[in-house]
Design a binder for this molecule. Structure first.
Ligand code: AKG
Length: 234
């Protein structure tokens, strides 16, 4: 892409994101007024577009969008404190236990049956994050019916995969340690590969080819990392 085209694309994405964030902030403020007291929902809207580091990366899969500084350091601290109290379980895949630990809300994907099962309601801190993430991704908050929280202890990883077809848009928030997010797509011979560093407090969204053609994986992390993945259902 030429540098002029890249600049134009960045400008149009920035204005789109600003619009979405403004809508998200308005929705949250409206809710806060309705409740009569400021809530955590409002706090997650306090990072504005000027503070977000938006990326228009070249050479990364089409359909991937992302931004750094999606939440503030104090919002990250509050989230991590809330996560510490959750009953995580070892990730299970066909009888094998992985090193990472997970917990699902709304719906839980069962790898043995390939089906979704109802899971616990999202706790308030997660609803606030969901609303903020939905505004960024341009989806309705209530369409993010499923949330998966993953705890990566040092050395934990996730292997090559595409998210299950029962899900559509995938949104990932990252907390604490950074990680490498690798992508690969099958070619006639071998794979096309690329990767990016996912920073703590950042968000990424997978749609289009990034979601349907490319697989992704994360090599072992060097320090504790949490990810919060919201997904719409098909
Ligand atoms: O931790 C992440 O950001 C990715 C999680 C993921 O790919 C998954 O749970 O399918």
């Amino acid at each position: 892409m030429s540098s002029v085209a890249a600049c134009e694309r960045r400008a149009s994405l920035v204005s789109l994101f600003q619009e979405r964030l403004a809508i998200g902030a308005l929705v949250c403020q409206h809710r806060a007024c309705g409740l009569g007291t400021p809530s955590k929902q409002l706090r997650f809207c306090s990072v504005n577009a000027a503070q977000l580091d938006l990326f228009v990366d070249e050479g990364i899969p089409e359909g991937l969008s992302r931004a750094d500084n999606f939440i503030s350091p104090s919002q990250e601290r509050d989230c991590v404190a809330a996560l510490k109290g959750l009953p995580f379980e070892a990730f299970e895949f066909h009888g094998f236990l992985g090193k990472r630990r997970v917990i699902s809300f709304g719906w839980r994907y069962d790898f043995s049956s390939g089906r979704l099962h109802p899971a616990a309601e999202k706790p308030p801190f997660l609803l606030a994050l969901r609303d903020h993430a939905a505004a960024f991704a341009g989806v309705k908050a209530e369409d993010l019916a499923h949330a998966l929280i993953t705890e990566y202890a040092p050395g934990a990883a996730i292997g090559w995969h595409r998210d299950k077809a029962k899900f559509d848009v995938v949104i990932g928030l990252s907390l604490l340690a950074p990680c490498q997010l690798r992508f690969r797509r099958k070619l006639e011979k071998g794979f096309e590969r690329t990767s990016l560093i996912v920073e703590p407090r950042s968000i990424y969204v997978l749609r289009g080819a990034a979601r349907s053609e490319w697989e992704h994986s994360i090599p072992p992390v060097s320090a504790l990392r949490y990810s919060i993945t919201f997904r719409t259902l098909r």
